[in-house]
Design a protein around this ligand. Structure first.
Ligand SMILES: [Zn+2]
Length: 203
């Protein structure tokens, strides 16, 4: 469907049917959650979490990565959105959502030579190379397919640790005013599992 047609359809059906709601959005945003997900077009936060406009502040990037504090100045787009969500919007939750069949995570597993024509992507995803190395070290007998799934899951969990490298995040988590969670969306089955810190697994 052409873009113009879709825009018209939004205004004529969705907007008109929910006009008061959309007018109300003018007053400002008060999202309860910062959603950090992959840029993958299949990972649609509002659909997955059954949320409406105004509920989720979002960061989408390849392989849902949060740069660690010592790398922040190299990747300020992502970090500024975290800063704004936590300090200004005062979100109560940060959800990092990994997903199956993630092209970004698959690329992390490839030799650097294979993605040398994607220098920006290569540099970005290299932030998660230590997670991939961890999977190789801890699960040497797994198939490549299984290792990639583990990387998709552990990579989401790693981002919670990366978030905690920022004082403004850690202080709020420690004072109980900010809740961090990792989840994993299995494309196809529609299952979304949430990471349990005590069990160290997704349920
Ligand atoms: Zn992805």
């Amino acid at each position: 469907m052409a873009l113009k047609k879709r825009i018209e359809q939004f205004k004529e059906s969705e907007y008109e049917a929910n006009k008061d709601f959309y007018i109300g959005l003018k007053a400002g945003q008060n999202p309860h959650t910062l959603f950090i997900g992959c840029s993958d077009s299949r990972v649609d936060a509002e659909t997955l979490f059954q949320a409406s406009a105004g509920e989720l502040f979002q960061i989408r990037n390849i392989a849902n990565i949060v740069p660690r504090q010592d790398k922040a100045s190299d990747h300020i787009s992502t970090v500024s959105a975290v800063e704004y969500a936590v300090k200004v919007l005062k979100v109560e939750n940060i959800i990092v959502c990994g997903h199956s069949n993630c092209g970004g995570c698959a690329a992390i597993r490839k030799p650097a030579e294979d993605i040398k024509n994607l220098p920006f992507t290569g540099e970005w995803i290299s932030q998660s190379l230590p997670v991939s190395d961890y999977v190789d070290r801890e699960y040497p007998d797994m198939s490549e397919e299984e290792k990639t799934v583990l990387l998709e899951k552990f990579n989401a969990v790693q981002q919670l640790d990366n978030l905690m490298s920022y004082d403004f995040v850690r202080q709020k988590v420690e004072s109980g005013t900010l809740n961090l969670q990792a989840c994993y969306y299995d494309i196809g089955s529609g299952d979304i599992t949430v990471y349990d810190y005590e069990q160290k697994s997704f349920y």
